[in-house]
Ligand binder design. Structure first.
Ligand SMILES: *[C@@H]1O[C@H](CO)[C@@H](O)[C@H](O)[C@H]1NC(C)=O
Length: 223
């Protein structure tokens, strides 16, 4: 009796252990089969989240250039310009400054030709007049203000900026926020422009309005 009791006990233990091993391997098998798709799902998710060029809210169609421009924030943070996913002017690149920040991009190839900053508070604006007059046809002109684009603004510059398709160059003044994309070949006014007037009482910052952001898709120029 005692022996059969021991055998029964051993049989029970054996049964429990095999069940446990079976369950364990079954679970780990299951976990593998669960984990694999999950892991694959994660990867496909990462791939399917296509980051748009310049972080635009919507991707641009074929044959369009993506751009995003932020004006400077007060006199504290400089402006940023992104074109076709390439940051061409920014505080990090250390190529921006107070006044008007202007980049020229070839409207056919999308190649950046130059980027310059013009001090509109104490600078020599003859340089800006010369620069604007010499912009070749077919160039996209990207502009972002920082701190003060208005003090040295004169009628000649307003006219030159209007000829690039600006609607607001005529009202641009002291410490306004302004972002703009234009070109000499435009027949009408540019659709890519924003102006926020410096207006004490409405300003976001003490002496400056809120910064402006402008993003969009410019059609590639077909030569
Ligand atoms: C712009 O790029 C096109 C194509 O590469 C070239 O033919 C043209 O001369 C460039 N324009 C300027 C003004 O550099």
């Amino acid at each position: 009796m005692r022996l059969s009791g021991v055998l029964r006990f051993l049989a029970l233990i054996f049964a429990l252990i095999t069940t446990w091993i079976f369950i364990r391997s079954y679970i780990s098998l299951n976990m593998k089969t669960i984990r694999l798709p999950r892991w694959l799902g994660l990867v496909t998710k990462e791939i399917s989240v296509v980051r748009t060029k310049c972080g635009l809210t919507k991707p641009c169609p074929e044959e369009f250039f993506a751009f995003k421009i932020s004006s400077g924030a007060a006199n504290v943070v400089g402006p940023t310009m992104c074109f076709e996913n390439q940051v061409i002017m920014s505080p990090v690149k250390n190529n921006v400054g107070r006044g008007l920040n202007i980049a020229l991009v070839n409207g056919t190839s999308g190649m950046v030709l130059t980027q310059k900053c013009f001090d509109m508070y104490s600078g020599d604006v003859k340089l800006l007049v010369k620069f604007l007059k010499e912009i070749p046809v077919g160039m996209l002109v990207l502009v972002a203000s920082y701190d003060d684009p208005g003090t040295k603004m004169n009628n000649e510059i307003r006219k030159l900026l209007s000829d690039l398709g600006s609607s607001y160059a005529n009202q641009l003044g002291f410490r306004d926020s302004w972002v703009f994309v234009g070109s000499k070949d435009l027949k009408n006014k540019s659709p890519f422009e924003q102006l926020l007037k410096n207006s004490p009482g409405k300003n976001k910052y003490d002496g400056w309005p809120e910064l402006l952001e402008l993003e969009g898709c410019v059609p590639r120029k077909i030569p």
